[in-house]
Design a protein around this ligand. Structure first.
Ligand SMILES: *Cc1c(COP(=O)(O)O)cnc(C)c1O
Length: 380
């Protein structure tokens, strides 16, 4: 069976993990965490990066930092993971869902402005599959309407828009290091803070609302409770595992891109014949091969293809029940404008196996089975 996902593992994780264990410093913010934070700041270009316990809690922290509350509105795509929405719902804000683009499955930047009301406070774009949203346009809209931007860059580590790291462009950016992501620590994430003046408050929220970080740096002589907060620090053991992978990030990235490019090339004839659609990478974007997906004609064809692949020992999956059609989405938000592509994408998109270490012959086998399916079944 070709699995859909295998958590990244390069070998060095074990050594670093043992070092963390033997250092008898296993709570948060030790050497490994600091090195991971520094890697993110340097490579992705944020003023400050702080490891968190998950991508979801990074989003929770970002939502607290925006000060949104009851009566405020947040604009986001409906085609996303629940965590993008939950973070703002937990603050009491209302969600305004906007349709996606049919090429990148990212929020359609041209539809955002029309969804803005006097209650809008935040735009939360999601970089689907590690392919950047049209950030220049989104940042320009935010500037003109005085809105904050929280990037859900959970899938965007080591991916860039016009040379700038995804997650480093908006006011806040959120990464995930869940085992399904390109770089992992089991469960974990990071919050990126673009501006220096927001850093202190982010550290305070992450340290249970105390100014402990300033105390540890010797800037104050005792620490106390100064704001709301919680515990968002991952343990050093998790950070140790992650550091091993971040140090080899480009090797992991090249490996994934090779699989992605092979899929693209092998499936191009099917796309040229009009059977399927392939992902589109805008010129401005350097993506990270987080996902490889195809779009079938309709939901029936997608269901048939997924079961055909399963019969041939290949796991292919689909995702994102549109949030606006889910019970909680209906309770906490509304869809602005027409749902032209959100539900349509949910029904047609199929993700193919993609992970570090996927073998070229496996990619070939998967592509050959998809071709076989269309040769046998489809009337185009
Ligand atoms: C994975 C993911 C998250 C959540 O990250 P966790 O680390 O699992 O909490 C949020 N948003 C998107 C778009 C994701 O893909």
């Amino acid at each position: 069976m070709i699995k859909f996902n295998v958590p990244p593992y390069i070998g060095k994780e074990k050594d670093y993990l043992m070092q963390a264990v033997e250092s008898h410093k296993i709570c948060g913010d030790g050497q490994f965490t600091k090195k991971c934070n520094a890697w993110i700041e340097e490579k992705m270009g944020a003023h400050k990066a702080l490891l968190t316990t998950s991508g979801s809690t990074a989003l929770d922290m970002a939502a607290i930092l925006t000060d949104v509350g009851p009566g405020d509105e947040v604009i986001l795509p409906s085609y996303t993971f629940v965590s993008t929405a939950n973070a703002f719902v937990l603050r009491g804000a209302s969600l305004v869902f906007v349709d996606i683009r049919p090429d990148t499955q990212n929020i359609d930047e041209k539809l955002i402005e029309d969804a803005i009301t006097d209650r809008t406070k935040v735009i939360a774009p999601v970089h689907y599959a590690g392919v950047g949203c049209e950030m220049d346009t989104i940042m320009d809209i935010a500037k003109r309407h005085d809105l904050l931007v929280v990037e859900d860059a959970a899938q965007g580590v080591n991916a860039f828009y016009k040379g700038r790291g995804l997650g480093s462009i908006g006011d806040y950016g959120c990464y995930s290091f869940h085992e399904t992501k390109n770089y992992s620590m089991g469960e974990g994430g990071a919050l990126l803070i673009r501006d220096e003046d927001k850093t202190d408050r982010a550290e305070i929220i992450r340290e249970k609302g105390t100014d402990r970080s300033r105390f540890l740096r010797g800037q104050i002589d005792k620490y106390t409770w100064v704001d709301m907060g919680s515990s968002y620090l991952p343990s050093e053991m998790n950070a140790a595992y992650l550091l091993a992978e971040l140090e080899e990030a480009d090797m992991i990235n090249d490996n994934r891109l090779a699989s992605w490019n092979a899929y693209y090339e092998l499936l191009s004839p099917l796309a040229a014949d009009g059977y399927i659609e392939l992902p589109v990478i805008p010129e401005e974007c350097a993506h990270n091969a987080h996902m490889f997906y195809i779009k079938t004609k309709d939901i029936e064809e997608r269901t048939a293809l997924a079961s055909f692949l399963k019969e041939n020992d290949i796991l292919a999956v689909f995702h994102y029940v549109p949030l606006h059609s889910a019970p909680a989405g209906q309770r906490f938000g509304r869809f602005h404008g027409e749902d032209k592509y959100t539900t349509n994408t949910f029904e047609r998109l199929l993700r193919l196996p993609m992970y570090y270490g996927l073998k070229p012959e496996e990619v070939e086998y998967i592509a050959s089975k998809i071709k076989e399916f269309y040769k046998n079944n489809a009337v185009c």
